[in-house]
Design a protein around this ligand. Structure first.
Ligand code: PLP
Length: 384
C-alpha cells in the first residue's frame, strides 16, 4: 500500500485551514461592501471583521490594513506607491541581495522607468544583510529613500535584523518597507513595535486562500494607489474587495498560533542533525549560525542537482522545493544562495525543506530515509 503524500513545502504555500474554508463559504453570497443597503452593510461587516483579525494578528491599526490580491500586489503597491506619490516621492530604493523576486523585480521595473535609482545591499555568508555596509549606504543616500528589508527569507528562513537598521534608515531620511510574507504566522509579528512604514503579508502562507493579502501601513503614510478606480480601502486601493478571499484570510489570521508553530524547530533541528550525521561531501546548511524561522531547512548536497532532488522526492510522495517556489521551475541556481557566496555547484544543488505545525517525527524520518536512499543512488551512479 502506498503512503499518503507528505507535504514539506510550507514556505511555498500552506493547506487551507478548515476555519478559513468555512468563513469563505459563509461569505460566498456577499453583497458589495460599498453599497449602502443592508446587503452591502452585511458585506462591509464581513470585511471589517477580517480587517480586525489581521490587525490583531499583526498589531497594525485596523485603518492601516489595505487588502490586496496577495503579497506581490502589496509589495508593488508599497514600492510604486512610494515612488509615484505626489509629495516627497522616493528617489532611491535600497533592497537586500536576498529579497524575493516580487521585491527585486518590482524595484528593477521602477528603476527602469528612471523614477528611482536602485541599490543592492550585500548579505553575509550567513544570509544576513551586512549591517555596516547598509548603514554606510543609508548615510550617503539621497532623501527621501526607501529601504526594503525582508523580515525572514523564504529560502533559508534567515531572520533579518530590522531593529539594528531602522535608526540609520529614519535618521537619514528614509522609509522602511518590510516584506513580512514569509515571517507572518511563523514568528511573532508586531507591526507597531517594528516601526516599519509598510509591510506586506499574504494569506496563503498562513492557511488562508491564495490570491489575497494586505499591505500594512503606518498612520499618516501617503502612497499613490497602484489601483485607481473606486474609493475602496480609504481611496488607497480601487476595486470591489475580494470578500470571499478576505473572509478566509481573516479567519486564518485569527488562527495564527506562533507558539504551536515554534514546535517545528525541534523537528527541523533533528532533521539537520540527521543530515550532518550522513557522510555527505561538501554539505552546507544555509544560515545555520543565524536566527532562522523554526520550520525552514535549506541545504546543498554537491553532486545532487536541486531539480533531481525535487523529482526523486516527488516520486517518493514527498513535496519539497529547490528554493523559492517561483524559481523552482528554472534550472538556474538559487540567487539567494549565490548572494551568500555559494559556488555554482552549491547553488544548483540546494534543497529547501519547510515544515508545518502538523509535521511529525515520522514525517521527518520518512523524508530522511527517502532522501538518503536517493542521494546514495546518485553518488553510486556518478562513481560508476
Ligand atoms: N515575498 C516573499 C518572501 C514570499 O515568500 C512570497 C511568496 O512566496 C511573496 C513575497 C509573494 O507573495 P504572494 O504569493 O502572496 O504573491
Amino acid at each position: 500500500m502506498s503512503l499518503p503524500r507528505l507535504f514539506l513545502d510550507y514556505n511555498a504555500t500552506s493547506p487551507l485551514l478548515p476555519v478559513a474554508k468555512e468563513a469563505m463559504i459563509a461569505a460566498m453570497d456577499s453583497g458589495n461592501p460599498s453599497s449602502v443597503h443592508s446587503e452591502g452593510r452585511k458585506a462591509k461587516g464581513v470585511l471589517e471583521v477580517a480587517r480586525k483579525q489581521i490587525s490583531a494578528a499583526t498589531k497594525c491599526d485596523p485603518t492601516g490594513v489595505i487588502f490586496t490580491s496577495g503579497g506581490t500586489e502589496a509589495i508593488n503597491a508599497a514600492l510604486w506607491g512610494m515612488a509615484r506619490r505626489e509629495k516627497d516621492p522616493v528617489r532611491q530604493i535600497f533592497i537586500t541581495d536576498i529579497e524575493h523576486s516580487a521585491v527585486r523585480d518590482t524595484a528593477e521595473a521602477i528603476a527602469a522607468t528612471g523614477l528611482v535609482e536602485l541599490h543592492i545591499l550585500p548579505v553575509t555568508k550567513q544570509g544576513v544583510v551586512d549591517i555596516e555596509a547598509a548603514k554606510a549606504a543609508f548615510a550617503k543616500a539621497e532623501k527621501p529613500f526607501l529601504a526594503c528589508v525582508m523580515l525572514a527569507n523564504n529560502e533559508t528562513g534567515v531572520i533579518q535584523p530590522i531593529a539594528d537598521l531602522r535608526q540609520d534608515i529614519f535618521s537619514n531620511g528614509g522609509f522602511l518597507f518590510v516584506d513580512g510574507v514569509q515571517a507572518f504566522g511563523k514568528i511573532e509579528i508586531d507591526f507597531s513595535d517594528l516601526q516599519a512604514d509598510l509591510m506586506s503579508v499574504s494569506a496563503h502562507k498562513i492557511g488562508g486562500p491564495k490570491g489575497v493579502g494586505a499591505l500594512l501601513t503606518k498612520p499618516g503614510i501617503l502612497l499613490a494607489p497602484l489601483m485607481t478606480g473606486g474609493g475602496q480601502e480609504l481611496r488607497r486601493r480601487g476595486g470591489t474587495e475580494n470578500i470571499i478571499g478576505i473572509a478566509g484570510f481573516g479567519a486564518a489570521a485569527g488562527a495564527v498560533d506562533v507558539a504551536a508553530f515554534a514546535k517545528t524547530k525541534e523537528l527541523r533541528d533533528a532533521l539537520q542533525t540527521k543530515l550532518q550525521a550522513m557522510d555527505i561531501e561538501g554539505l552546507k546548511i544555509w544560515g545555520d549560525a543565524s536566527d532562522r524561522l523554526p520550520n525552514t531547512l535549506c541545504f546543498s548536497a554537491p553532486g545532487f542537482k536541486s531539480d533531481m532532488q525535487v523529482m526523486a522526492m516527488d516520486l517518493e510522495g514527498i513535496a519539497v522545493s529547490a528554493g523559492s517556489a517561483c524559481s523552482s521551475g528554472k534550472v538556474a541556481g538559487s540567487k539567494v544562495i549565490t548572494a551568500m557566496d555559494a559556488s555554482e555547484e552549491e547553488a544548483s544543488s540546494t534543497l529547501r525543506v519547510s515544515l508545518g505545525a502538523s509535521t511529525t517525527q515520522t514525517d521527518i524520518q520518512r523524508f530522511m530515509d527517502a532522501w538518503a536512499k536517493a542521494y546514495e543512488r546518485t553518488m553510486k551512479r556518478r562513481a560508476a
